[in-house]
Design a protein around this ligand. Sequence first.
Ligand SMILES: Cc1cc2nc3c(=O)[nH]c(=O)nc-3n(C[C@H](O)[C@H](O)[C@H](O)COP(=O)(O)O)c2cc1C
Length: 476
Amino acid sequence: MKQFRIIQGGMGVGVSDWRLARAVSVSGELGVVSGTALDILLVRRLEQGDTDGAMRRALSAFPDQAVAASILERYFKPEGIGPEGKFTSLPLWRAEGENRELEILNVAANFAEIYLAKEGHEGLVGINYLDKISLPNPSGIYGAMLAGVDYVLMGAGIPLHVPGILDRYSQGLGCEMKVTVEGAAKDERHEVSFEPSRILANPPSELKRPKFLAIVSSNVLAMTMVARASGKVDGIVVENHTAGGHNAPPRGGLTLSESGEPEYGPKDEVDYGKLAGLKVPFWIGGSRGTPEGVGEAVRQGAFGVQVGTLFAFCRESGLLPELKRRFLEAVKAGTAKVFTHPLASPTGYPFKLGELAGTLSGKIEHMARKRVCNIGLLREIFKKEDGSLGYRCPAEDGKAFAAKGGDGQRSGEARCLCNGLLANLGLGMGYSDGTVEKPLLTVGTHLESLRLLIQKFGLDYSAQDVLRFLGVSGAR
Ligand SMILES: Cc1cc2nc3c(=O)[nH]c(=O)nc-3n(C[C@H](O)[C@H](O)[C@H](O)COP(=O)(O)O)c2cc1C
């Protein structure tokens, strides 16, 4: 395995897009594209006019040009779309029937992102998916593999099935994937399938099998992945509860601190010695974004570290420059705050909110938002009394959620991450009443490393500066 110390963590939605992943990859470390909601990102970028031509350039390399042409014809708006953000609403992913339009878009979008991240150099590029957002994963992985992705990383669940999918795709085959349905009987099996020939007129008979890195939070999960996965697990990223984005819930039950954050204890500590005993390369994620953090990880037996927060605010990340600047100014002034919210994410996992005025981290903005569910990536699939499948999300309208059997306790504080995270990129949906979705930042706990970084490189720093700061040899 080509050695890299740093994995630039996958950061959704679109925070680690192809630009960031490419910048890290050309420096000899692992650049990782976020694979979340790429179908929507492709559509919105095309509707914004694809001003730098990147999406059209990538689509012109897509193996089936009839598919690429149909996407451009449908979504590309040379004149762009105004600040009102009236983007096309795509259908929502479903576990039954076909998701044909979405599958086509998703294969092309994942291809485009990886194609651009790998364009013109030999560096390694990975893509990150969440097991929890399962329905788009089979088509997404296929699209990324079509563009020669080197690594697939997946967490937020127990993705035992994924290595086997990589093996099948590498042999030119399709796949079936089990889908979790709340309230389904134990012996009931729900699955979705993906067939390359549904998308491409002439699918390739083989593809490069990317390496698979499982993102886990505990020794038990690491062991389970290595022992029971459907194919080879090539490495482990072990992420602790200080990392940005979603965190694993505390082991042994949830208690809240005085400030209302989940309390973690000794049970949540990872035994790195035991992890090394699995004889699988591993990286440590969460608050390791300092030269000392990297050194300590290596002493603990790791190949290196996975870093998110420092990269999230660099020049090449997809976050709106204005959000980056405001949060970094607060870090510099020592007033920035990160809150681990037990209920903000519809997934039920704790989620780190970067507090920033005018965004959905605030109670007022959260309460004022009309609770529409029009993207639906975090919807739970459940079995209705009549046997058919239903879909619900704690962030949708509270009454609608309760009417579908949802637990009201989870509803009030739940934020619409789908819309909020898209708004972080300037791609927030606009509505006929003139409102536009507001952003929602997520940031890791360890702001001290961010403060030291900007002390050295200023508020407008590059991905290369992050690597220099971390002291890795690849940084030129
Ligand atoms: C803005 C942001 C978004 C993130 N999104 C994801 C994600 O979509 N999937 C994922 O596995 N991890 C995600 N993470 C976690 C990172 O990949 C990485 O593991 C983590 O940030 C490392 O800890 P650090 O923030 O202390 O550097 C995100 C982190 C941040 C800061």
